[in-house]
Design a protein around this ligand. Structure first.
Ligand code: NA7
Length: 539
């Protein structure tokens, strides 16, 4: 360790992460409040989730004209998206542009993974240590670690014996993977697997998809953006933003007010058909009660299952793909480019691992209960230890040295998804208990970062040095989070990562706030207006 590494660097605020949230938080604290700030980023570049997710077919499911920052008019004017949905490389280009344009890099330490963050009550400072042994302290600590950044590689016996290569989609090699002539096995059919399989199949000798839970998917209908649309999006951005701020999930379209059984069967079919043709997450917005009423949801579910049966030529394969056990959109609904069509290719096959579970990985490939599949490459599209994973893998300790892992042993508990009781001056951007992953992420991120920035500004104006969530407010918020989800069909998906069900041993708690982004925004604004009700300030 060098002397420089051993000395303690002091700042007003430290931010963990330099993705969408970290970059904007750095901008706000430095440019708006004039704080001394340092962002600590594990990757060698900006991008966060998008720095790591470079798997074949990686693309955002939010439409590009809404998947961006809105805080800078100039940025909006000058940036040009090229496709309806931005691909991973284009998002990285965008975030690099943001970092350069606002001169953010000079306050970011790349290749710097935080190993611990301990609150020192006497000094009212956070003491942060990195894996390289650097030590930094700050009054404020903001985690901008993303919701889907801790790769979940399932603990399948024998992985270490596999003679081929294996990759997790969330830690994809920057130089890419050459599938030509290779027998590839892909485990996982969530949003990622559904994006990756069609692209892998284009070059692999053979692709075997191992499906545990069948999934709905609607065509994305990605396409280059026309000049006319680009002009329209720029000229009408204020209106677009108004819609994004007024809707449940932050997308640039409203959820229709009509209910499924307000219309005739024929009309409903016509509406679903039109939404299928239009493509994308707007399918979920066709009716108001799709996520509220199981009978209503069944109509959408049946529509998509029928589409699967029509698209996939082999009836046995179609039956496995359409054997979906949860309501439509109760798990994150994927959108795709030729996913179901991929199973019509001669070089693609499907294995139902719900019926015949994976028992082991052998030197040659994957062994299920009934068969062995020789493979050269295994792709784990197996998701993430979502939302709490990125926070709990750091050793975060609050007042009296209490570890966050202990406070959250039975599941995450906090106030507004922003602060944990007992962890003063620690803010969690898009933390569990906030809408985050149920929302178009940049919308959720900008709201959180603005709120945190305003809160710190308020403290400085009022002479406060410490802010901490009141345990009673935490209790009340946890009840609200539960109430919100109980009003929906979301808990009916047993295997959802929203519930932590994809990670063995993780407490089963519905993590994001399901009451809608617009409602959540209003609640946070009211809390601030009432003098930050539920937060205790100290000097
Ligand atoms: P997801 O949505 O968590 O999907 C992971 C997939 O991997 C899912 O099909 C899982 O089946 C499957 N999986 C996980 N572990 C195993 C094992 N051990 N055996 C077989 N199959 C397994 O992750 P994604 O990366 O697709 O998407 C995450 C989010 O990123 C997405 O929702 C967007 O918001 C962006 P399961 O359903 O658990 O039975």
């Amino acid at each position: 360790m060098t002397d420089a590494a051993r000395s303690v660097a002091e700042f007003d605020a430290l931010i963990i992460g330099a993705g969408f949230s970290g970059l904007y938080q750095l901008y706000c604290l430095r440019e708006r409040l004039g704080l001394s700030v340092q962002a600590l980023e594990a990757g060698e570049g900006v991008g966060g989730t998008w720095y790591w997710n470079r798997y074949p077919g990686a693309r955002c499911d939010s439409e590009s004209h809404s998947y961006c920052y809105t805080f800078s008019r100039e940025l909006l004017e000058e940036w040009q998206w090229t496709e309806r949905y931005p691909g991973d490389a284009e998002i990285r280009r965008y975030l690099n542009h943001v970092a350069d344009r606002f001169d953010l890099r000079r306050d970011i330490r790349f290749g710097t993974r935080v190993s611990s963050a301990h609150y020192d009550a006497a000094a009212n400072r956070w003491r942060v240590t990195t894996e390289k042994g650097e030590q930094l302290t700050a009054q404020f600590l903001v985690t901008a670690v993303g919701c889907l950044s801790t790769a979940n590689v399932p603990n399948i016996p024998g992985l270490e014996t596999f003679a081929g290569r294996w990759y997790h989609t969330g830690q994809w090699p920057h130089e890419g993977v050459d599938f030509r002539g290779k027998r590839v096995g892909q485990i996982g059919t969530g949003s990622t697997g559904i994006q990756a399989a069609p692209v892998i199949a284009e070059t692999a000798a053979h692709l075997t998809v191992f499906q545990r839970t069948a999934n709905y998917s609607v065509p994305a209908r990605n396409a280059p953006l026309t000049d006319e649309f680009q002009r329209w999006a720029k000229e009408n951005f204020d209106e677009v933003r108004k819609v994004m701020h007024a809707t449940t999930n932050g997308h640039p379209f409203y959820i229709d007010r009509r209910r499924v059984f307000d219309v005739t069967d024929e009309e409903r079919q016509r509406i679903y058909e039109a939404a299928w043709e239009k493509g994308g997450l707007q399918f979920r917005a066709t009716f108001h009660d799709l996520l509220l009423d199981k009978k209503s949801n069944d109509t959408a579910a049946e529509f998509i299952k029928n589409k699967i049966r029509q698209i996939v030529k082999d009836p046995a394969t179609a039956a496995v793909l359409a054997d979906i056990d949860h309501p439509y959109a109760a798990k994150r609904p994927p959108i795709d480019t030729d996913y179901f069509e991929t199973f019509n290719r001669d070089n693609v096959s499907l294995v139902d691992v719900r019926r015949s579970p994976i028992e082991a990985i052998t030197p040659e490939g994957i062994r299920t209960r009934d068969a062995e599949y020789p493979l050269d490459i295994i792709v784990f599209a197996t998701g993430f230890d979502a939302m709490t994973g990125p926070l709990l893998r750091m050793d975060i300790r609050g007042r009296d040295g209490i570890p966050l892992a202990e406070v959250w042993r039975a599941g995450p508990r906090n106030y507004l998804g922003l602060q944990v009781a007992g962890f003063p001056n620690l803010f969690t951007v898009t933390g569990p208990g906030s809408p985050s992953v149920l929302c178009n992420m940049p919308v959720a991120i900008e709201q959180h970062v603005d709120w945190i920035t305003d809160c710190i500004a308020h403290m400085r104006e009022s002479g406060f040095n410490r802010v901490e969530a009141d345990p009673k407010a935490v209790e009340g918020w946890m009840e609200e989070v539960q109430r919100a989800v109980d009003a929906t069909l979301l808990p009916q998906a047993q295997h959802s990562w929203y519930l932590g069900a994809n990670v063995p041993g993780k407490p089963r708690i519905f993590m994001p706030y399901a009451g809608g982004m617009a409602r959540y925004r209003k609640i946070c604004a009211e809390v601030a207006e009432k003098g930050y009700e539920g937060f205790a300030f100290g000097t």
